[in-house]
Design a protein around this ligand. Structure first.
Ligand SMILES: Nc1ncnc2c1ncn2[C@@H]1O[C@H](COP(=O)(O)OP(=O)(O)OP(=O)(O)O)[C@@H](O)[C@H]1O
Length: 600
């Protein structure tokens, strides 16, 4: 029985239309509430709203760093501090002539952008808490410099914040300024979030090796995100200085950093709306519960624990009504191999990857020990052998994850570099993994679109401003991903969050994602593991059809029947060496293979 939740095109269309409306209504309500706030004519509420908007300008950028890219930048208050002092010092004429406050604010943004990249750079090497500590350390340094550099910052005595002239003068004018900037920050980061860059960030966060195999270069992407997050933090700082009227280093506390960070976590990682609501709630809460101010850090911790334990996906998960609709239990995967012609470029010429004398050792373990292997276009090449014989390691060498000790690897006769896994996508070499590497929090369609990231043309800025080239990219990627999903038989699940799917479906999603590269070579690492007999049969037909379209397939597998049914040639490994190579018939009859691996 097939899934009926969205099985017909009309129903699928209605579902996505509803989904879009669900998403838009929240934004429209939030926008209207923000615009109408001055009607309350309550200056106290006005100040809280200004603060929430300012915090959101910072959190919007930080959301890309923490929520999307998964980097624990816990000391991002440093950007607020830098932006505040830059804007205040320039506007007050502490560095040369007095600057126009709007220009000084822009300078605060530039300062934030520069230091955002500098603080972010360690993230390229350091992971999790090590990176968190560097951001905290930087925040402490900035505060100490603000204390010591009296000429510019006023030291412990402080310096006045800027006052913005008409049309954003203090009061509701300034509120609208903060509101507009928060709206622009939201729009820009939402554009990034829904572009190939946003999907790439989430892939780096949840499935880094798969991101690399799809051609995503982590360093370049993270630097752009840190630059944007730093710039927004700097602008937020300039606004904060104006809101405070007077700034001293005490104004930039560790609690603020925690607030920004927790707002994103309780909002929901990888969401835009959730963290906006998280920031508003955390900004407003202490104001309306004034007697609890002393307890704020404790309350933040309790709130965070409650969210992590009760709603790990945060507010965004609570608002994700679409993914609460039940899926049909018994779903079938029925690939449509006739669609492969459109999903793949049938290559007219012959291509080959040739490995010669490859050796790779892990300490004393000889994982590969002088292996020769040739993968040709239009053929399925089976790689079999007992556990630990070096199959996955061979695949990882071809994918660029490991650099062997000796040997060469050539693509169509030309040397191919061993490292840089993300560069494999440019050779149109795609792969799947022994354990499916899928972004559980993203939809099935988004997961498949990740595979086509390298085909996008729009720059980061074009994506941020949603310019025509980015919209065209998105349209093409979406069409190609739907095509790939239809080919593997899963298009009816396109809108479903991937972590709701069954294991067998994840295996086919990985193949759809690999097809997005229009691969000249496809390497499959135990794709039949965990599949039913019927599913293995369909998988076999799909793999065979892929090779018939000209793609060279390397199939690592333990299911001997599948190997002998669909492979053109088979190599048997034992202890990292070739035990035998030949046609399936030859391998079946090979005495040593039968005794070492296949059994009598
Ligand atoms: N990163 C690593 N560090 C140390 N040893 C490793 C590493 N990766 C693989 N090995 C070792 O190298 C040998 C080959 O491992 P590999 O995973 O390539 O085997 P395999 O044939 O794919 O096995 P399986 O069928 O169980 O997946 C094994 O002895 C394994 O323990």
């Amino acid at each position: 029985m097939t899934d009926t939740t969205a099985s017909t095109p009309a129903r699928a269309g209605a579902t996505s239309w509803l989904g879009k409306l669900e998403g838009k209504i929240s934004w429209i309500l939030l926008g209207l509430a923000g615009l109408a706030l001055p009607l309350l004519d309550d200056s106290y509420i006005g100040v809280i709203a200004q603060r929430a908007c300012i915090y959101w300008v910072l959190s919007a950028g930080l959301n890309l760093v923490v929520g999307y890219a998964g980097q624990i930048a816990i000391g991002w208050v440093s950007m607020l501090t830098l932006g505040a002092y830059t804007t205040a010092a320039l506007a007050a004429g502490r560095v040369g002539a007095e600057w126009n406050p709007y220009l000084a604010l822009a300078a605060g943004g530039v300062m934030g952008a520069i230091f955002g990249v500098i603080v972010g750079l360690p993230a390229l090497r350091l992971r999790t808490f090590y990176f968190a500590m560097t951001t905290l350390g930087f925040a402490t340094i900035v505060t100490q410099v603000a204390l010591a550099w009296k000429d510019v910052t006023g030291g412990g005595v402080g310096t006045p914040g800027p006052t913005f002239p008409w049309p954003f003068e203090p009061g509701w004018g300034f509120y609208y300024f903060c509101f507009i900037l928060a709206a622009v920050a939201t729009w820009m980061t939402a554009n990034i979030g829904s572009s190939r860059y946003g999907r790439a960030l989430v892939a780096i966060r949840d499935a880094e090796v798969a991101a690399e195999a799809s051609g995503i270069a982590k360093p370049k992407l993270l630097i752009m995100v840190f630059l944007l997050a730093g710039a927004l933090g700097g602008v937020a700082g300039g606004l904060f200085a104006s809101l405070q009227s007077y700034i001293t280093p005490d104004a930039f506390t560790f609690e603020m950093s925690v607030l920004f960070f927790i707002a994103i976590l309780i909002g929901g990682r990888g969401s835009i709306l959730g963290p906006v609501l998280g920031t508003i709630i955390l900004t407003a809460l202490p104001e309306f519960a004034a007697p609890l101010v002393q307890w704020s850090t404790f309350l933040y911790a309790v709130l965070l624990l409650a969210i992590v334990l009760l709603v790990p996906g945060g507010i965004a998960d609570l608002l994700d009504f679409k993914n609460r609709r039940p899926l049909t239990q018994h779903r079938e995967i029925v690939p449509r191999t006739e669609l492969l012609k459109r999903a793949l470029d049938k290559t007219d010429g012959k291509h080959s990857i040739v490995l010669k004398d490859i050796a790779l050792h892990f300490g004393g373990v000889r994982a590969i020990d002088g292996l020769d292997l040739e993968i040709r276009s239009g053929e399925v090449h089976g790689l079999i052998g007992p556990n630990g014989s070096g199959k996955t390691t061979t695949l990882n060498v071809i994918s660029g994850y490991y650099r062997p000790k000796t040997g060469t690897m050539k693509l169509d006769g030309a040397d191919m570099p061993f490292d840089q896994p993300h560069a494999r996508a440019s050779y149109r070499i795609a792969r799947t993994f022994q354990t499916p590497r899928i972004v559980g929090a993203a939809s099935v369609l988004e997961n498949v679109m990740i595979g086509g990231t390298v085909h996008g043309q729009a720059t980061f800025t074009e994506a941020m401003l949603s310019l025509p080239r980015n919209r065209r990219d998105e349209k093409l990627l979406r069409q190609a991903a739907m095509q790939a999903l239809a080919t593997v038989g899963l298009e009816s699940l396109a809108d479903v969050r991937a972590d709701r799917l069954q294991h067998s479906e994840l295996r086919f999603i990985e193949i759809a994602r690999a097809l997005m590269l229009r691969p000249a070579f496809l390497m499959l690492d135990e794709p039949a593991a965990g599949l039913s007999t019927e599913e293995i049969k369909r998988l076999g037909a799909l793999i065979k059809a892929i090779s018939r379209e000209g793609t060279g397939v390397l199939l690592v597998e333990h299911h001997a029947d599948l190997i002998f049914d669909i492979c053109d040639r088979v190599t048997v490994l034992n202890l990292g060496k070739e035990l035998a190579a030949g046609t399936p018939a030859e391998i079946r009859a090979h005495r040593e293979v039968v005794s070492a691996y296949l059994g009598a």
